[in-house]
Ligand binder design. Structure first.
Ligand code: C5P
Length: 223
């Protein structure tokens, strides 16, 4: 595969990671989950009782602890904190609650953006997040803004939570997602918004296969 960057952005629960993972597999290239990187920082903050509001303390935490991202042979991005694989804990409710509070800080974003750009310089990637098409990889050959109705997104996230043994009502889930979307879209640095040249895909009522096909068709059209 030639050197290509595919950016998939959108709100929580739109199906970005499922779709991005599948597209990467189809093309035989790397999938980079930028949300997992922010979640890795959130996990460290929760673990060490650092407030997500305190940027200086968070940056200090990142200097004192090692946070690494490695590609597992399966193609997944593995998040490793102080030598421990923390990938299975990144979607826990406490981490989900903390993450969008700390992702507003410019210093944290600068650091993670650098790491993300390094991946894309070294490898062809499918990268998903909130600001990939707008800030991280503005020259990506394919940009997608993937969304779905709030009801559908809440249902998908609720299923993810219950599959892991956490109990949460659909209403609570909907509220948590709406709050996170508002925080992500209203922050001053790299807010969630579609790039001017992004292709909009609404996944409400569509299968994963349909969305993957739509994106692969866009990739085929890249000169
Ligand atoms: O995609 P995911 O739900 O794992 O992202 C978790 C949180 O990380 C988002 O709600 C957002 O606050 C933050 N994030 C971000 N920029 C990205 C990816 C994630 O601010 N590129």
């Amino acid at each position: 595969m030639r050197h290509i960057s595919i950016a998939i952005d959108g709100p929580a629960g739109a199906g970005k990671s499922t779709v991005a993972r599948r597209v990467a597999k189809e093309l035989g290239i790397l999938y980079v989950d930028t949300g997992a990187m922010y979640r890795g920082v959130a996990w460290l903050a929760v673990q060490h009782h650092v407030s997500p509001e305190d940027e200086r303390a968070l940056l200090q935490l990142l200097r004192e602890h090692s946070l690494r991202f490695e590609h597992h042979p399966s193609g997944e991005l593995e998040v490793i904190a102080d030598g421990q694989v923390i990938t299975p804990y990144l979607r826990n409710p406490e981490v989900s609650e903390t993450v969008s509070k700390l992702s507003v800080h410019p210093g944290i974003r600068r650091l993670l953006t650098e790491w993300q750009r390094e991946f894309a310089q070294r490898y062809p990637v499918v990268m998903d997040g909130r600001d990939v098409g707008t800030v991280v990889l503005p020259d990506a050959q394919v940009k997608v803004f993937l969304t779905a109705s709030i009801e559908e997104r809440a249902k998908r996230r609720q299923k993810e939570f219950t599959d892991k043994g956490f109990s949460v009502s659909l209403q609570e889930m909907q509220q948590a997602i709406a709050e996170r979307d508002t925080r992500d879209a209203s922050r001053s640095v790299a807010p969630l918004r579609p790039a001017d040249d992004a292709h909009f895909i609404d996944s409400t009522g569509k299968s994963v296969e349909d969305v993957v096909e739509e994106i692969l068709a866009l990739v085929e059209r890249v000169p």
